[in-house]
Design a protein around this ligand. Structure first.
Ligand SMILES: C[S@@+](CC[C@H](N)C(=O)[O-])C[C@H]1O[C@@H](n2cnc3c(N)ncnc32)[C@H](O)[C@@H]1O
Length: 283
């Protein structure tokens, strides 16, 4: 007997039964099915009885199989939305997180709309933070860095697709290639997970570059280096903003204090967790 082509509803039901582990969600099914069909979630709801052609069906089944092996949805679709921008991602870059929008939000509060600040973003990955800042403050001049050549390639592609032209990108091991420059604002979402943290070998984190996530025994090695060295590259009165783990607020504030910053504050994310610490270089 020849099997008839499945409907959208049948494929959705099949995927929901396969991706039923606590790691996966019905959202995964929806995103992947929308991606393969090139349609919106509303379309799925209203066209459940539409038949799906063989090629799309096998593409979708293949993506679900890869999701089952732990590949994050954003690597399967090749993009993730950040600050309402479609950001291309691949296995060489961290998938931008909604938490990091807090970093963008607080950098923006320090930049009057028509000012022309010089901003340095350290560890740009896909370029999400720099691209969001550049969109909101087109008069700013942004330098974004990463140690990973592949990450900088992804970030540059994003800049081209989004048609943004106030960012320069360089490969740099933190400050090694910055040279003799000063900035009004430095920001970073550096790696901050302890190397022994079991989350690194579970769930979606397994697929992301460990160099983007882990930083020494307590997760603080890169934060310490960035906080200490940023003072050399900030103008007097300039601000440093760093994202960190929700349990690292107190330690990070101490690192800022020891490095001589003023007006040190930790900002909380939507779940009321410590997420971003900011400090100002004394005048
Ligand atoms: C947590 S990810 C943040 C990526 C991106 N800014 C975001 O928020 O989605 C940290 C980034 O720092 C980069 N990185 C790690 N060590 C570095 C170093 N020594 N110098 C420069 N960049 C580094 C990683 O390659 C990675 O892209």
């Amino acid at each position: 007997m020849v099997r008839s082509d499945p409907t959208i509803g049948e494929l959705e039901n099949w995927s929901a039964t396969v991706l039923c582990d606590e790691v996966f969600s019905s959202y995964d099914t929806q995103v992947l099915l929308c991606f393969c069909l090139g349609k919106s979630p509303a379309y799925l709801l209203t066209h459940r009885n539409d038949v799906v052609d063989k090629e799309t069906e096998s593409w979708f089944r293949d993506l679900v199989d890869r999701r089952l092996t732990g590949v994050p949805v954003a690597y399967l679709t090749g993009y993730r939305e950040f600050w309402s921008l479609p950001i291309m991602v691949d296995e060489n870059v961290l998938i931008p997180r909604p938490d990091t929008e807090l970093l963008v939000e607080h950098v923006l509060t320090r930049i009057p709309i028509h000012s022309r600040p010089r901003i340095l973003e350290l560890g740009t990955g896909s370029g999400a933070v720099a691209l969001a800042l550049a969109t909101e403050r087109p008069n700013s001049s942004i330098l974004a860095t990463d140690r990973s050549v592949s990450a900088i390639e992804v970030a540059r592609k994003n800049q081209t697709v989004l048609n943004i032209n106030n960012i320069s990108w360089i490969v740099s091991d933190w400050f090694s290639a910055i040279g003799n420059q000063e900035f009004d604002i430095i920001c970073s979402n550096p790696p901050y997970i302890a190397i022994s943290d079991h989350h690194l070998i579970a769930g979606d984190l397994r697929s992301e570059p460990v160099s983007a996530l882990a930083s020494g025994e307590q997760g603080l090695d890169d934060l310490k280096l960035i906080v200490r060295q940023s003072a050399q590259y900030l103008i007097s009165g300039g601000s440093l903003l760093v994202e960190h783990g929700y349990q690292q607020g107190e330690q990070v504030r101490q690192i800022f204090q020891a490095a001589g910053y003023l007006d040190i504050r930790t900002l909380k994310d939507l779940s009321a967790n410590d997420r971003v610490t900011v400090g100002v270089k004394p005048l």
